[in-house]
Design a binder for this molecule. Structure first.
Ligand code: FA5
Ligand code: MG
Length: 421
């Protein structure tokens, strides 16, 4: 890892620094402001920390949080009453009534590696744990990658048989119209005592009975066509068997949720070994896109009145696009440096690093980023096509060119690549 920092503010009193703040870059793609807390010549400097939600966290070689991400932490879109994500959340909550189901909507996104991975049985070499996939605050602390991070604690608290947890989650992931590095999930789970169900025909019979009695709704969403859905067998370390539910959307299968029967290790570790249950984790943006006819996941983050004023608490309405602004495609092709010539040894480059660079440079002006194979050469180089497009205005070619120039600069300066075109 390469670390570089640009001091912004050095203050000096009676010969001793009392404060130092600036911007720290970990390979350019990861930058945030830091503050060294007060010290004098008598006191050794405190190690660098990052402040999130009012607390200081030590940073280390695992830290890979960008300012684009950390600045979104306070938004809490799922709690804004007339935002489509909150309307969607409330609609699902109304089908899972209390007191059986308790709702948790304000759990902090900052969780331990143990909560996010270990408590759910993720093996140590699971790709989801890598810094290319997960935002680490430091080696022990992450931004939750899924609401399942709270399953074990909520089962252990034992305050209700079922729960719904709605929250913002964070992942280094692809850039396209259905993926965003910050999105919202709702975790649902329900436990039954095997003994208590015996007299009523066993757990499956009791579940069937309960499903029959759940409140129904007649909502079809924004599409006039009947929805095509399919169940796909899946794998999660904490459920077995497991499935994912997909729907047909804009010409492709779009995944909505993962679910399954909770692995027995979870109730066992939560001191409720007699219990058995199911859990699901649904992407709230994906459901809201279908319900409201929202064509691009970036729109959820829009502060444009033309978006926000279309929605009312408790109402499902069809999104009316403002207008379709033109796209601006820009390609970049580059060779990675050989590991021997790379400063500091081996350089590894993951597709998600490209996504992170583009997000940091272009923010929501990047609509999608595709990796493709350059047709003219057998030699392996990396080629990406970036589609710049604003949802709110016409993007000028000059503006797209300067974004593209900035992306190339980060690639060269921070990853040492040789740009070919
Ligand atoms: C999970 O996150 C599991 N925790 C779900 C689960 C819970 C399984 C409980 C079993 C029991 P997955 O990675 O598939 O699974 O994500 C779940 C849903 O989140 C996806 O189906 C999709 O709707 C949504 N999602 C995933 N990545 C993104 C993204 N980058 N942008 C928007 N939505 C996303
Ligand atoms: Mg999935």
């Amino acid at each position: 890892m390469r670390l570089a920092f640009t001091p912004r503010n050095l203050s000096r009193t009676s010969g001793a620094f009392v404060g130092l703040s600036g911007v720290i870059r970990v390979r350019g793609i990861t930058q945030f402001r830091f503050q060294w807390r007060k010290y004098s010549t008598k006191e050794p400097p405190s190690p660098p920390t990052i402040q999130l939600e009012g607390r200081h966290y030590l940073i280390d070689e695992w830290t890979n949080l960008s300012s684009h991400i950390s600045s979104a932490l306070p938004r809490k879109l799922h709690l804004q009453p007339s935002h489509p994500l909150s309307i969607t959340r409330r609609l699902i909550e109304s089908r899972f009534p209390g007191p059986t189901y308790q709702y948790h909507n304000d759990l902090s996104p900052i969780v331990s590696v143990h909560q996010n991975f270990d408590s759910l049985g993720f093996p140590i070499n699971h790709p989801g744990r890598s810094r290319t996939d997960t935002y680490y605050i430091n080696k022990d602390t992450v931004l939750r990658t899924h609401t399942s991070a709270h399953q074990a604690d909520t089962f252990r608290s034992g305050t209700s048989d079922g729960f719904l947890i709605s929250a913002d989650v964070y992942r280094r992931d692809a850039i396209d119209r259905s993926h965003y590095p910050i999105f919202h999930q709702m975790e649902g789970a329900r436990m039954w005592s095997r003994d208590a169900c015996k007299a009523r025909g066993g757990v499956p019979a009791v579940i069937r009975e309960e499903i029959e009695s759940m409140p129904k709704h007649g909502i079809n969403g924004a599409s006039e066509e009947p929805l095509r859905v399919r169940w796909v067998e899946a794998y999660f370390p904490f459920t077995s068997p497991s499935w994912e539910l997909e729907v047909y959307w804009q010409g492709n299968w779009l995944e909505l949720l993962g679910c399954g029967v909770v692995q027995q290790s979870l109730p066992k570790n939560a001191d409720i070994p007699d219990k058995i249950g199911w859990a699901f984790g649904v992407g709230l943006e994906r459901i809201a896109m279908l319900l409201f006819g929202i064509p691009d996941i970036r729109l959820f983050w829009s502060l444009d009145k033309r978006f926000l004023e279309q929605f009312k608490e408790g109402e499902i309405s069809r999104f009316v696009p403002f207008s379709k602004f033109p796209s601006c495609y820009k390609d970049v092709a580059f060779w990675l440096p050989s590991s021997s010539s790379a400063a500091g040894g081996q350089v590894s480059f993951h597709e998600n690093d490209m996504m992170e660079i583009v997000r940091n440079v272009a923010g929501d002006l990047a609509e999608d980023v595709d990796e493709f194979t350059h047709p003219n050469t057998g030699r392996k180089s990396l080629c990406f096509r970036i589609n710049y497009r604003s949802l709110e205005r016409t993007l000028k070619n000059d503006e797209a060119n300067s974004l593209q120039k900035a992306v190339k600069r980060v690639l060269v300066e921070e990853f040492g690549v040789e740009v070919r075109g």
